[in-house]
Write a protein that binds this ligand. Structure first.
Ligand code: DX5
Ligand code: ZN
Length: 208
């Protein structure tokens, strides 16, 4: 299991990045919000560039926005591993996938807790990652939704049976106990559990 640390709920994001540089977190998870797809507004492109300049870890960008293309176009030439957008935006899905590939990043598609995993089927041979939301998108520090566990198991079967090269990432409400229930996933996004603690290193080690 790899850890992608969400800095959304950190009180001092720059300080958090500097601390995370010395931990075993694989990625820094950036929750981009446009005030439309979700209520909140978070992370301007300038903030992302600033984080990019401080971070020794690759960025894992989670776009909770109505118009992913507008953001993707501004993310060129950064130390990004994945750009993930929501399937619920419904429009231009193939165009968005191609654009992310074109600028050299891996493609993630996210689904909200109430979205059926079947909507992913047409894209499974074109994408690198599925982000399964285990809370409603929009805020950190929420409680993990238990039916995510079955969703992850189901996806694991579909991926393995068809030999798709897709990673499963789970996002929201994860701590050292919940992580034991989603072992079929490849990456866990963990926010508050890490950033609200005094010792990031120790806290991350408890997840691994
Ligand atoms: C929720 C975000 C998550 C969240 C994770 O909209 O996508 O990445 O910040 O943080 P915790 O671990 O606090 O739920
Ligand atoms: Zn997220």
């Amino acid at each position: 299991m790899q850890i992608s640390t969400s800095i959304l709920n950190s009180n001092n994001r720059e300080e958090s990045i500097k601390k995370l540089n010395f931990t075993k977190t694989k990625y820094i998870h950036i929750d981009v919000m446009d005030g439309l797809f979700v209520e909140d507004t978070q992370f301007t492109i300038d903030e992302i560039k600033k984080i990019n300049s401080i971070s020794k870890k690759k960025l894992d960008i989670h776009l909770m926005v109505e118009n992913p293309l507008a953001y993707i176009n501004k993310c060129e030439n950064l130390n990004i591993k994945y750009i993930t957008f929501h399937i619920e935006v419904e429009k231009n899905i193939n165009e968005i996938i191609n654009k992310i590939k074109e600028i050299g990043y891996k493609v993630g598609v996210a689904i909200k807790p109430d979205t059926n995993i079947n909507v992913l089927t047409p894209y499974l041979d074109k994408i690198d990652l599925i982000l399964v939301m285990s809370v409603e998108p929009g805020k950190g520090g929420q409680q993990f939704i238990e039916n995510t566990i079955d969703k992850v198991k189901e996806l694991r079967k579909i991926i393995d049976n068809n030999k798709y090269k897709v990673q499963i990432e789970v996002d929201g409400g994860i701590n050292n106990e919940i992580i034991q229930k989603i072992k079929e996933a490849n990456i866990s996004v963990v926010g508050s559990y890490i950033t609200k603690s005094d010792n990031y290193k120790e806290q991350i080690n408890k997840l691994l």
